[in-house]
Design a protein around this ligand. Structure first.
Ligand code: 8YV
Length: 330
């Protein structure tokens, strides 16, 4: 890439990220940096991208057809997330805009958090801590916050991609859990054997699991995959954990299943309308809810940004992207 500033590619970094991870981008490109934690409004994003060839975005920026039409010079959109439901991939493909994402580098960190959220929800760590802090603990009692067990349980994982498999490994090896899984496509036999997981239809999985963990991407097809009927199919006293996307779960139905006592507990790292949770969730009992932080270890967040930077530099330098999103329909 040229060092002549007038000919260097122009790139937008849409949110405050890690300066040292952005350094290679600064060396090769003219960078406009939204050095703040505030997400751009759609109008700002359009204005900022008007003269850019590249965009480094987070999950908070939406790239749609209208924006692409307003920014005809854009050649590559690199999201630092593995999920890309905030990018209209077919619209990008139709306009020759390459879209890259950040898979692999966050799998283990996200799986750690998946286990933490499962354990925390089942053992009611959030509610118990608030109870203690609010000075409500007066005496020990045998059933105080007594919940289910994770060790030796049956864990059903919906979405058996890299993150789902990393959760499966932890639960099987560390907690002696039996693993059931459901996936759009059944794993090939070698991978299935390696994961020690048994394939089930979604209905079977819901009825046979003590805990159900969602680790699948959001798409219009997976919207409200877990609604009232699916929750009713789950075992009494069982747990639902979501580390995928908020839109996978019908939230009023989940709240109702917690209020009725049918569900033992739930853990949500993602919810619809982020960053503002639906009040029905905040009022639901035995729900552990966190602000979309499953991948938030510092080394992992840095690696996600570095991968997005490497993708931008590759495409702007005329090379193939390292981790393009799968082609639409693939
Ligand atoms: C991100 C995620 O941190 O990568 C993803 O798809 O959900 C998280 O790891 C989050 O989307 C940041 O916006």
């Amino acid at each position: 890439m040229t060092t002549d500033p007038s000919r260097r590619p122009r790139v937008l970094v849409a949110r405050k990220l890690f300066d040292e991870a952005l350094q290679p981008l600064r060396e090769a490109c003219e960078v406009q940096y939204n050095d703040s934690d505030r997400s751009a409004t759609p109008a700002e994003l359009r204005a900022w991208l008007q003269d850019k060839q590249g965009a480094l975005i987070t999950g908070s920026e939406r790239i749609d057809a209208a924006l692409l039409d307003a920014c005809p010079g854009l050649r590559v959109v690199a999201t630092m997330t593995v999920g890309y439901d905030h990018v209209d991939v077919p619209a990008c493909a139709a306009r020759g805009v390459v879209v890259t994402h950040a898979p692999d580098v966050l799998d283990e960190t996200t799986a750690d958090f998946g286990m933490a959220l499962l354990l925390g929800a089942v053992r009611q760590m959030g509610v118990a801590e608030r109870y203690l802090r609010e000075g409500r603990w007066k005496r020990w009692s045998a059933d105080l916050f007594a919940g289910a067990d994770v060790h030796g349980s049956t864990l059903g994982i919906v979405g058996m991609g890299r993150i789902g498999r990393a959760v499966a490994r932890r639960a099987a090896l560390g907690f002696g859990a039996r693993i059931l899984y459901h996936n759009r496509r059944r794993l090939d036999p070698a991978l299935e054997r390696e994961s020690g997981a048994e394939y089930r239809s979604l209905d079977e999985l819901l009825g046979q699991s003590d805990h159900v963990l969602l680790a699948l991407p959001y798409s219009p097809e997976s919207r409200h995959l877990i609604g009232a009927a699916e929750l009713a199919r789950m075992r009494p006293g069982s747990t639902l954990v979501n580390i995928g996307r908020g839109g996978l779960v019908d939230e009023p139905a989940l709240a109702a299943a917690l209020h009725s006592g049918h569900l033992g507990a739930a853990g949500l790292d993602v919810f619809e309308g982020e960053p503002t949770p639906n009040p029905v969730l905040l009022e639901a009992p035995r729900l552990l809810i966190t602000p979309h932080i499953a991948s938030a270890s510092l080394p992992t967040r840095r690696a996600m940004v570095r991968l997005a930077v490497d993708n931008l530099l590759a495409v702007l330098g005329g090379k193939a992207p390292l981790t393009p999103v799968p082609a639409p329909g693939a």
